[in-house]
Design a protein around this ligand. Structure first.
Ligand code: SER
Length: 318
């Protein structure tokens, strides 16, 4: 078979997506590409691993040619909070990286998974039951790159027949690899601090409602969409996707059910609060359900229980 490439493979989603895809397609058939961060032993030893810079066309072209890549899961990106402190870097990595991936896909006829985000929405977007097709005036640099990325992916499909597909991920919660500089990171950090210190200081206000999802569902979504029957896809890119939504105060309460003396404090970061306030409370993901059978396995309670169990074991070993 033609091989699969995962960029951003050392990141929060990429590190787990690589292992998930290796289990589906065979270890040697999934090539992991990181930038500079050292990969885990598991990632490095279970299949091919390379360092590349997605911003360099020769790097992207080289790895696609070297391994005879047929599908690219392009996870390499700068997240929202880092994107606001380094907007030029965010544009460079997110846009030039995606452009290089699209060009390689055009030349070598690869399919491409393009992750977008709740960040592709903005303050004028309807916040509740946010429709699939609606106003997208994103006002963070990360959001600007996500809107442009959605359009670029649609363009490469229509103009060059590149098989592009993608979702708008909500905040992703996981225990394997920490997220790197996003606005929804609090929903991961809180579990580490709750187990280690029974206390967490949240950088978002207690009533900030955002869509979220547990990692196993995020991985399955990417795989299921790329395996879906294309004739059913009316939208190809940027499917709204969510599993549940909550506020920091609600998540803290759920954790208290297991750790009764857990204490939540707040020290609001105006930059990340501003970003979160421009994102929806809850997206309508019925198009993903209808067009390729999206159905999350984890609700909020199941996620909290599993996170606390898995992370307690992990942190106990460290
Ligand atoms: N989780 C991401 C972030 O907060 C959103 O795509 O940046």
């Amino acid at each position: 078979m033609q091989k699969v490439l995962v960029t951003g493979a050392v990141g929060q989603i990429g590190s787990e997506l690589t292992m998930y895809l290796r289990a589906q397609y065979g270890n040697d058939n999934v090539v992991a590409a990181g930038h500079r961060t050292k990969p885990s032993e598991k990632l490095k030893n279970s299949g091919p691993f390379e360092f590349i810079n997605v911003g360099k066309m020769e790097d992207v072209d080289g790895i696609v040619k070297k391994y005879d890549i047929g599908t690219i899961y392009h996870l390499g990106a700068v997240l929202s909070a880092v994107g606001e402190s380094k907007p030029q870097l965010c544009w460079d990595v997110n846009m030039n990286g995606l452009y290089n991936v699209m060009e390689a896909a055009r030349e070598y006829k690869c399919a491409v998974f393009v992750p977008s985000s709740i960040a592709a929405f903005g303050p004028e977007t309807p916040t509740d039951n946010t429709p699939q097709d609606t106003i997208q005036r994103a006002n963070s640099m990360y959001g600007v790159t996500k809107v442009a990325g959605e359009l670029l992916a649609d363009y490469y499909y229509k103009r060059f027949d590149v098989d592009t597909r993608g979702v708008r991920y909500p905040g992703i919660i996981s225990y394997e690899t920490l997220p790197g500089g996003g606005t929804t990171d609090y929903a991961v950090e809180i579990f580490y601090e709750a187990i280690k210190k029974k206390s967490y200081t949240c950088f978002l206000k207690e009533d900030t409602m955002l869509d979220m999802m547990y990692m196993p569902d995020a991985l399955k979504a990417a795989y299921d969409l790329m395996e879906a029957d294309p004739s059913r896809l009316k939208h190809r890119n940027a499917f709204n996707l969510t599993a549940f939504n909550f506020t920091p105060a609600e998540l803290a309460q759920k954790i208290k059910n297991y750790i009764p003396d857990f204490e939540m404090k707040y020290d609001v970061d105006p930059v990340r609060q501003g970003i979160a306030d421009s994102w929806p409370n809850h997206m309508d993901d019925s198009c993903a359900k209808e067009e390729w059978g999206w159905l999350p396995a984890y609700d909020l309670d199941a996620m909290v229980k599993d996170m606390l169990e898995k992370l307690t074991v992990k942190l106990g070993k460290e």
